[in-house]
Design a protein around this ligand. Structure first.
Ligand code: NAD
Length: 508
């Protein structure tokens, strides 16, 4: 295959040209501040190579100041005493500001992450709606009462905010993921310290500006820019932090569990996935092929929900592969600033090499590349791109089939019986999401019951709604975000037992 067989979108002066360099500072106790050390770090566009942002580089002392501000703001109750209805109004104001600033946020998101601009705009729009959904929960925090404990007792269960929350986010959906956490934490009455990925700091800083514009009291949300070590390390070990809400790789997630154990913090983790889609012989192959292509190339495959592992009945494998390859050629790959583009740049050269390593390793082990399998050059852009890649004859134990490739690379495995399909689907140590394609509702339901995953899609892939919970089982995480339970992660139960009247039996 040559690159001419693909649909490529070249860079152009208008579409790839960056803005003036954006200068980013920490937000600590309501003030925008440089690092105590004066150090900074830079982010270049992974598509064009242009310098996009220069950020203050946080160290332990900056992080400790941010935690102290969040602690004080929680302990003096400046936010948790605000009535739920008013917190809800605040969250709705933020949502409106996100909408008003959508173009500005999306542009920066694309420039730092390399994702297509049309996708970034859709994500920012989706994020605003999550803030609105969280607002409905802020107005509805209800505990329980227990009125059957006998004539002289009344029991109550209050829901109280957890306290100071460290929020740590990855680079692949920077604005969306902080929006899956922060509005729920604020709805609950918590205060927060946020650390975005060092590769995509800018839009979290923009969010900080919108929070201030919407009237958030100083210290309630603090942002520290910088690296996992030292910023993330301090955020996960400091005694004044009550909870860590983390989205990122399973490896770092496990190290966070270890780091938080000394102070026994509440931890919620959204980690990696190696998500199978099982295609039965009676499935609508055109529908399935389209969803498969979307599932694997969306966000250049740099997606925890990437549908990167297809398990197809051997009777229809060739027919499905043919459709997938034909559709893959039509997907516009290239300049992320062009509104026509569906797949943009790979986040870094190191990551691109890692993706390629998985493909090389699979080929060496006997797999067959049906399409792609190499880095891609895009005219007018010097950044990192990878060809849409389909690899067939993949063995169940190959790393390409069990580990997160996090690139536009599809692995195709085959099966003969339902039990074989389920066994293959459940092989990975991950359990984030899974999908089934069949015209038979019984097959779909049986699959739903037996798939080890936090989310199962039947005859569709990667739909998402703020009102439905999201999270993983096995090594894909702990806890759930979104849905009505999204706020529960940030609430503790407090039991109250009240004696009514002077009926208590004396002990001595
Ligand atoms: P990563 O784990 O390398 O980094 C995530 C964040 O953790 C970054 O902000 C990083 O600076 C910080 N960090 C790194 N080391 C740390 C430490 N020791 N202590 C505290 N913080 C530390 O992940 P990434 O490469 O940014 O993102 C990709 C990963 O995220 C993939 O594995 C993907 O599956 C996962 N992800 C999961 C979901 C989900 O909802 N399940 C969503 C998006 C991404």
């Amino acid at each position: 295959m040559t690159e001419h067989d693909l649909t490529l979108v070249a860079g152009s002066a208008e579409t790839s040209c960056g803005p003036d360099v954006v200068e980013l500072q920490h937000l600590i106790d309501g003030n925008w501040t440089d690092s105590a050390s004066g150090e900074t770090f830079e982010r270049h566009s992974p598509a064009s190579g242009q310098l996009i942002s220069r950020a203050s580089r946080g160290d332990a002392s900056d992080t400790e100041k941010a935690i102290a501000a969040a602690r004080k703001a929680f302990d003096d109750r400046r936010w948790s005493d605000v009535p739920g209805a008013e917190r809800a109004r605040f969250l709705n104001r933020v949502a409106d500001l996100i909408d008003t600033n959508r173009t500005r946020i999306a542009r920066l998101e694309t420039q730092e992450s390399g994702k297509p601009i049309s996708q970034a705009e859709a994500e920012i729009e989706g994020a605003a709606n999550i803030w609105r959904y969280a607002a409905t929960l802020a107005w509805n925090i209800r505990g329980e009462s227990q009125n059957a404990l006998g004539p002289d007792m009344l029991g109550m269960v209050l829901k109280v905010p957890v306290g100071v929350v460290s929020i740590i986010t990855p680079w692949n959906f920077p604005f969306l993921i902080v929006s899956q956490k922060l509005p729920f934490a604020l709805a609950a009455g918590c205060t927060a310290v946020i650390k975005p990925s060092e590769l995509t700091s800018a839009t979290t800083v923009l969010l900080g500006q919108l929070l201030i514009e919407a009237g958030l009291p100083a210290g309630v949300v603090n942002i520290v820019l910088g690296y996992g070590d030292p910023v993330g390390t301090v955020m996960t070990t400091h005694a004044d932090v009550d909870m860590v809400s983390f989205t990122g790789s399973t490896g770092v997630g496990k190290s966070i569990v270890a780091a938080t154990s000394a102070t026994l913090k509440k931890v919620s983790l959204e980690l990696g996935g190696k998500n199978p889609q099982v295609i039965f012989a009676d499935a609508d192959l055109d529908e399935a092929a389209d969803a498969i292509v979307f599932g694997v190339y969306f966000n250049a495959g740099e997606c925890c929900n990437s549908g990167s592992r297809i398990i197809v009945h051997e009777d229809v494998a060739d027919a499905l592969n043919e459709k997938i390859v034909a559709l893959s050629r039509k997907v516009p790959f290239g300049d992320p600033m062009n509104p026509e583009t569906r797949v943009g740049a790979i986040i870094s050269k190191t990551h691109q090499d890692r993706i390629d390593g998985y493909v090389r390793q699979a080929v060496d082990a006997g797999a067959r590349v049906l399409l792609g399998g190499e880095a891609l050059s895009i005219d007018g852009l010097s950044g990192n791109f990878y060809q849409p890649t389909v690899v067939a004859d993949v063995g169940a134990q190959m790393p390409i089939a069990t580990e997160e490739v996090f690139g536009p690379v599809l692995s195709v495995l085959t099966f003969r019986t339902f039990d074989e399909a389920i066994a293959l689907a459940n092989t990975a140590s991950y359990g984030l999401s899974a999908g089934v394609w069949s015209d038979n509702v019984h097959t779909c339901l049986e699959f739903v019951r037996r798939a080890e995953a936090g989310t199962v899609w039947t005859n569709t892939w990667m739909d998402g709604y703020p009102e439905l919970p999201f999270g993983g089982v096995k090594e894909s995480g702990l806890g759930r975000e979104l849905g009505s339970g999204g706020i529960e992660e940030f609430l503790e139960l407090k039991t109250v037992q009240m004696r009514i009247g002077k009926t208590r039996q004396k002990w001595v």
